[in-house]
Design a protein around this ligand. Structure first.
Ligand code: NOJ
Length: 756
């Protein structure tokens, strides 16, 4: 008791001192920013708002006037940040040029697209999101931050939290699928992983919530395309992950290439000034996307560089990424009083604030430790994390007659397919500084994990892509050469089982990699059919960055394993799953359509006036296709089975300040240990704005031993049911809600509750 009494005032005193210290620190950072700002010339201020890409070798001379100009500006303290300078040697040299030559010695901030790993590569984000495992997603971001920080990078352009519902869009691979709630949670986990608890820590790097906003809703899935959505859809489906990122303390945002209802996002002040910097009180910096300020001219929104600069800055874009607009327009705009210097000051303060938070003013060479770089990159610990994340991302789509895991009766396996021995595609398109061809291929993984007695033979069958493959060049697909078929068919005929590794080349998904066909490119369809004819005992191992059209395969192939592009440890993860050393538990975060014509396709669609399911002519569907997904959102099988009990509610009705507990028992009724993602969805039956037929509102990933039962409990309160209403506010509206619980977004049981 005495202890308690003594402790309390001490705690209170501690809290006061602590918060005062924090306040003092914060204040002093703001004071430092202000005093630095007061020393800066207009040119130096504008310089901070410029971000250059390293298109020249910073350790050598610039070889043309364009790059010489960049180099001169760097030395003159007229550059705030650089992207694409990587490695301690290069970043140290660029920083040295800046620090030793510039007047005010404001440290440069080095940025890079560390999307799913820096040197150690993790699954592509769409794949990793299928783990529904927030801890592993935070951990892979942490490891990526450690590797990047050890290699000179202080800022990653990640996470991409664009909700997307269109598999044609190449960048669907870079996000977390079609659901705003799940994308929000994953975005926050990633931000925590990159930024840690304290941005000034040597292994913390600034994260970037992108692309603000609407980029994932590009019309017809064509990258960079127009986005036309209304204010309610924008707020309810696209913005929640960005709001969550801002609340989680993300240091930076990036705007997007697309226009939104006629206004390009880069010049959109509703998004950047009213919401982000206004309502959400975001204090960090907003970088443009690559050249997107200059692209205001291409959009037909600005008539020249001056108007582009004016519109972008007024709308809230703080830094111009490789666009050459701010550096060539802002000075005149300020001098001519078109732009108030206060807007420039605000942008510069935001940029300096991030640099102060990162501790760059204390040590501009903070990220420049060669010894650490040697030890951290691609370490065996990091490979273990990559393997864990890869296993957790795999989704079992089909498993007839439990062909998987491969039984002990199988004595010979034919490994066939253009991607089977591909050591490069698993690295994906955004592969950081990965060494080309450094991933473990599926063939290698199979050899590593198959019992020694099993005979493994390989035939490629056909090439998928031919010639040079790179981030910047279009890829050529093999459309004709089937000369390898015969060998593959022979091998299939004489083997007990075929593992057919097909799908997409790494460079079929990613930026500017949209497609109108989401089936198997090249001669793969012919190969699949020929192999199936030779031996129907086929396990299809898919590698791809987007939901694909698998209709034929689903009708014929007995087992289908979705393995995405899993990064450095791809093959080992697949090997463990194929041979039952790991029980797959991934669940899709983007619906797999039956055909490309269904796109955009998503589980959380709206009712129509004509209904969606009525088997009549005049309902909202197609004449030549079912309307639902082949594999729905949240879907994924396991090597065991789970039985769901009945939904139990603590009460049926709730009011403001109250909550309902919803619980359900889940039992592992199979023979092996397994993990299940228990999912809860809600449907708001009536609203001042029409509501989706269901929305994910909770999930829990549980591990169950054979025979074991666990109770999973969810909570619903007014926060859970809030949405952007006809009042253009986030509010909870009274009425009836359907609660759905189950194993995926289609197979659910339901009950009702009421908010009153
Ligand atoms: C353009 C992409 O849209 C963006 O996501 C990326 O971060 C920048 N390029 C920088 O590479």
């Amino acid at each position: 008791m005495i202890k308690k009494i003594i402790k309390k005032p001490l705690i209170i005193l501690g809290v006061i001192i602590c918060s005062n210290t924090l306040l003092a620190q914060k204040k002093s950072t703001e004071e430092k920013i202000d005093s630095l700002l007061s020393l800066m010339t207009l040119e130096e201020k504008i310089g901070q708002m410029v971000q250059y890409s390293a298109s020249w070798d910073v350790t050598g001379p610039a070889n043309d006037s364009y790059n010489q100009n960049k180099l001169d500006n760097l030395k003159n303290g007229l550059v705030g940040s650089m992207l694409n300078v990587t490695g301690v040697k290069n970043t140290r040299e660029a920083q040295r040029l800046n620090m030793e030559n510039s007047r005010l010695k404001i440290p440069l901030l080095f940025a890079y697209d560390v999307i799913h790993g820096y040197k150690t590569i993790f699954p592509v984000p769409l794949g990793e999101s299928a783990s529904w495992d927030l801890e592993i997603m935070e951990l892979t971001a942490r490891v990526a931050a450690r590797e990047s920080a050890a290699s000179g990078i202080g800022w990653t352009f990640s996470p991409m939290i664009d909700v997307s519902r269109d598999a044609r869009w190449g960048r669907i691979m870079e996000g977390s699928g079609e659901d705003p709630y799940l994308t929000s949670l994953i975005g926050v986990a990633k931000i925590k992983g990159y930024q840690g608890d304290d941005l000034s820590h040597p292994t913390s790097i600034a994260a970037c919530a992108k692309h603000f906003a609407g980029y994932g809703f590009a019309e017809s899935g064509k990258d960079y395309n127009t986005v036309n959505i209304g204010i309610h859809e924008l707020n309810n489906s696209i913005l929640p992950p960005f709001k969550a990122a801002s609340e989680a303390g993300v240091a930076t945002f990036m705007n997007s290439f697309n226009e939104l209802d006629g206004i390009p996002a880069t010049a959109n002040s509703y998004l950047q000034r009213d919401l982000l910097k206004g309502e959400w009180n975001f204090q960090g910096l907003m970088v443009s996307d690559w050249g997107s300020i200059a692209e205001l001219i291409n959009h037909g929104y600005a008539k020249d560089k001056f108007q582009a600069g004016e519109l972008a800055l007024k709308a809230g874009s703080d830094m111009d990424m490789e666009g050459a607009i701010y550096e060539n327009s802002l000075k005149e705009l300020v001098q001519n009083k078109v732009i108030d210097i206060k807007l420039v000051d605000d942008a510069v303060k935001r940029i300096l604030r991030v640099k102060f938070q990162l501790g760059l003013f204390d040590d501009p060479y903070k990220y420049c430790d060669e010894e650490l770089e040697k030890n951290e990159l691609y370490s065996s610990e990091n490979q273990e994390v990559a393997l864990d994340a890869a296993k957790k991302s795999i989704v079992l789509l089909k498993n007839d007659k439990q062909i998987l895991p491969i039984s002990g009766d199988v004595k010979s396996i034919a490994v066939i397919g253009p991607l089977a021995d591909d050591k490069d595609s698993p690295l994906g398109n955004w592969r950081g500084q990965a060494v080309p061809n450094s991933a473990v291929s599926v063939l290698e993984g199979i050899k590593n994990h198959a019992p020694k007695s099993v005979k493994i033979r390989y035939a490629k069958g056909a090439d998928l892509s031919i010639g040079e493959r790179s981030f910047l060049k279009p890829m050529t697909i093999n459309q004709t050469d089937t000369s390898g078929f015969e060998k593959a068919i022979n091998l299939a005929e004489k083997s007990d089982l075929v593992i057919l590794v097909v799908g997409e080349d790494a460079y079929q998904s990613g930026e500017a990699r949209s497609q109108t066909d989401i089936g198997f490119a090249g001669v793969q369809n012919e190969l699949i059919e020929a192999i199936y004819k030779a031996n129907p005992n086929v396990v299809m191992v898919l590698m791809n960055g987007r939901p694909m059209d698998l209709t034929w395969s689903d009708q014929h192939i007995p087992a289908i394993l979705e393995t995405w592009l899993l990064g450095s440890q791809h093959g080992n993860a697949v090997g463990e799953v194929l041979f039952g050393k790991y029980n797959p538990s991934g669940k899709l975060t983007a619906s797999f359509p039956r055909n490309v014509g269904q796109l955009p396709l998503y589980y959380n669609y709206k009712q129509t006036g004509r209904g969606n399911e009525i088997p009549d002519v005049t309902y909202a569907s197609y004449r030549d296709s079912k309307r639902d997904a082949l594999y729905p959102f949240g879907f994924g099988l396991s090597y065991t089975e789970f039985e769901y009990g009945k939904i139990k509610l603590s009460q049926e009705k709730f009011s403001k300040g109250e909550s309902i507990q919803i619980s359900i028992d889940v039992k592992n009724t199979g023979k092996v240990k397994g993990e299940e993602v228990v999912q809860m969805y809600l449907q708001d039956l009536f609203g001042s704005v029409t509501r989706p037929i269901k929305e994910l509102k909770g999930f829990e990933k549980i591990t169950l031993n054979p025979g074991e039962t666990k109770t999973v409990t969810f909570k619903i309160d007014e926060k859970t049911i809030e949405f952007f209403t006809a009042n253009q506010k986030w509010e909870a509206e009274k009425g009836e809600f359907k609660i759905y619980i189950g194993t995926n977004s289609r197979d659910l049981q339901n009950t009702s509750c009421f908010y009153q």
